[in-house]
Every structure is written in C-alpha cells, then in structure tokens.
Write a protein that binds this ligand. Structure first.
Ligand code: PLP
Length: 398
C-alpha cells in the first residue's frame, strides 16, 4: 500500500487535456513557458572539471553570496549563510510544505494562487484559508481576521506579478500586509519568480524586506524566468530560525542542486551583460504583453473583463456573465488553441470559478497570438449560443 497522502495526489483532467498542447500546430496560451528565443545562451565551454564531485547541500558559495547581495539590495536582512540553493523554486515550496504542513494544518493562500503550490500543500494535508485577490493585492484586514480565527501555520503569497492573476500589490497593501504578518508572528513564504519581468514602474519591494530581525520569513526566487528553466536552479532564503531545517529537509530530498546549473547561474549574475539582458527580456515580453492586450481588446472586448498586468507572463480573464472555461477548453483544443481554465487555481471549489481563464503571452508569437484570440472569441460565442452574422452588423442571440 502507498502512504495515506497518496490519496491526495489528485490527477487533473486539465493536465491531461493540456498534454495535447505539446503538438506543434497548437497555439498555446496555457503554460508559463519563457520564450526560447529570449533565453541566454547555455555556454558550458569553461566549466571547471572539479564540478564533477558532490557539492554542499546549501549550494555553491559564489552563487549564495551573489544571491544574498541581490536580496540585501532589495532591503532584506540576509547573509549568504541564510540562502539555500534549490532545484527550482518549486523545491522551496516542497521543503516549506514538509516543514510546516501536517494533515489538517491551516495554510493561508491567495485566491487564486499558484497551482503547483496548492498541489504541494494539499499533498501534505493543508486546509486552505483563501484570501481573495483584488487589483491591488489581498485585503490586510481579511488576513488579520484569518490569522486570528484560523491560526494558519504559513501564509503563502506571490505579491509581484502573481501567477495566475498578474496582480502586483501596491505599496500601501505591501506595508499593511507585512505589518499584519509581523504583529501576528505568522511565518511568511513569499514567492517571487516574476519580479524581474517588469514592464512599467511599480513598487516591487518584497514583503520580507519589511519584516524585522526576529520575524519568521522565507523568500523564494528562481533563474527560470530570467535565465534557463531547464537548469532547474532557484533558491529559498530564510530567517535564521528556519534555514537549518530547510537544509536538513533538502539533504534527505536530493543532497544538493546540480552544480553545473549553479556554476552557470553565478556566471550569469556576474556577467557584464546581465543588466542589458534583463532590459532586452523586458522589451521582448512587453511587446508580447501589448500584443495580447490589443488582441484581447479587439476580440474579447464585449465578452470578458481583465486588467493589463504590469509584469509577469499572464493575463487573468473573466468571462462576462459567468461561464464554463473547462468546457470551453475542450472546444478550443478542437480548434488547436489552448489556455488554462481558472478553476484549478483556486484552493476551494466554487461554481463561480468557471468564469476565469489564464492566458500566457510569452510563448506564442504576436501573429499566433492574434489568430489564437480570434479562435477563442469564436468558441466563446458558440458556447454562449451567440453567432456573428454578416448583417445586420453585430451579434445576435439565438
Ligand atoms: C508562482 C510560481 N512559483 C514557483 C514556480 C516554479 O518555478 P521554478 O521551479 O522553475 O523556479 C513558478 C513557475 O512557473 C511559479 O509561477
């Protein structure tokens, strides 16, 4: 028999449908894949041979120092010894789940939240307390209320260009949320994979930078969105009362993160071209974000609502008057267009979630994007029983 937690490893119909999106003729708005052409070159020609040996669990010293220096620059009180290099930030989520969650443990999450974090928390038995996301972030008073009533073991937040909602908390919300976390002493897990993919000036100060010396925090970052996701290098920096436990958990998980990827990431951070690379990346994705905004406005303006994100990789779209985006996906896939139905991003089920979908804009070219959006508009109209007619101009309900 398997362990009792295996019963909570739910297989998802959506995942199965999305397996189809690997086909080359599909226009995919589904994944969160960075564009291949925007990635830096993977040059391993100067790889030192001594990297063939086992490394330390914490990570390569040069990389840990570079990450700590970056975090200090963002306002965190973080020494290199507090940085644990992980196999992608996804592993940080797994380690934090193992550290904090038993069956029935309350965990506070945004609604919607990152699907693979919810899956990990769920596997360990989390009971979810949802914090609805608005355009400026979660409501700090609601967080205070949830903490007082439910005593969550962990608050998991993605304040900067959230996945899936694209939301970036504003400055006042960041300050107020950090204050609630501080006064309650609740451990905070802040996940920031998208912070460098910024297209307009907005406040991006990490919440962890607003916490005090003796607060309990974990801050995760990754090289997947700015560098090369296939290398699987991320990190979790943590307050001194937490870091040693994360290291021991990682020891029993994979001993250490691959040293080749760590070496490449340290060189990448130190390279003279790094700031220019980030600028090019932002320009590239800004163009795609703008292309999706234009395609949405053109094709879905009378069918859906959304807010243009100022960073990250996603639009979060709500069908006007509700809908069933899972059924819509089946129809869209028949027409070779894929997207993520929104319901999977909510911890607790609610029929109203059927109105949402997440659209990624980094992967498809602007031409594919326009074509895909036209198809999406057609299938939404078909699903609603609305067809476009040649005359009179406009839409007709049938
Ligand atoms: C919010 C969030 N956290 C974590 C991850 C995991 O990233 P990685 O493991 O590639 O660093 C992702 C990936 O898309 C994400 O969107």
């Amino acid at each position: 028999m398997f362990s009792e937690r295996i019963d909570r490893l739910t297989s998802s119909l959506i995942r199965e449908l999305l397996a189809l999106t690997q086909k080359p003729d599909i226009i995919s708005f589904a994944g969160g894949l960075p564009a291949r052409e925007a990635m830096p070159l993977l040059d391993l020609s100067e790889l030192p041979p001594d990297l063939s040996q086992y490394g330390t669990t914490d990570g390569e010293p040069e990389l840990r120092a570079a990450i700590a220096a970056q975090l200090v620059g963002l306002g965190l009180r973080c020494k290199a010894e507090q940085v644990l290099v992980t196999s992608g930030s996804q592993q940080g989520i797994d380690l934090a789940s193992k550290l904090y969650i038993d069956p029935g443990t309350p965990v506070a999450v945004e609604a919607p939240s990152y699907l693979a974090a919810l899956q990990s928390f769920r596997l360990f038995g989390a009971r979810f307390e949802e914090l609805p996301l608005a355009a400026d972030g979660i409501d700090p008073d609601q967080l205070r209320h949830v903490i007082r009533r439910q005593r969550p073991a962990l608050v998991y937040l993605i304040p900067t260009f959230q996945n899936p909602a694209g939301v970036c908390y504003d400055e006042a919300t960041r300050a107020a949320v950090a204050e609630v976390v501080r006064e309650s002493g609740t451990p905070l897990l802040e996940d920031e994979p998208y912070r460098e993919l910024v297209y307009e000036p907005v406040d991006r100060t990490p919440l962890c930078a607003r916490l005090a010396e003796n607060d309990t925090w974990m801050y995760m970052g990754t090289f997947s969105k700015t560098g090369i996701p296939g290398l699987r290098v991320g990190y979790i920096a943590a307050s001194e009362n937490v870091h040693p436990y994360l290291v021991r958990l990682k020891q029993s998980t994979d001993l250490h993160t691959n040293r080749i990827g760590q070496w490449w990431c340290a060189r990448f951070l130190h390279s003279r071209d790094y700031p220019a690379h980030l600028e090019r990346l932002r320009g590239f994705y800004r163009e795609r974000r703008d292309a999706m905004q234009a395609a949405l406005a053109h094709h879905l303006g009378d069918l859906a609502d959304w807010t243009q994100p100022s960073g990250g990789l996603f639009f979060w779209v709500r069908l006007q008057g509700g809908g069933d985006t899972r059924a819509l996906l089946v129809r869209a896939l028949e027409r070779k267009v894929a997207f993520m139905p929104g319901e999977a991003f909510f911890a607790n089920p609610d029929p109203r979630h059927g109105a949402y979908m997440r659209l990624n804009f980094s992967h498809a070219t602007p031409e594919q994007l326009a074509r895909g959006m036209a198809v999406l508009a057609e299938v939404i109209r078909e699903q609603r029983g609305i067809v476009k007619t040649a005359e009179p101009v406009g839409m007709m309900e049938i």
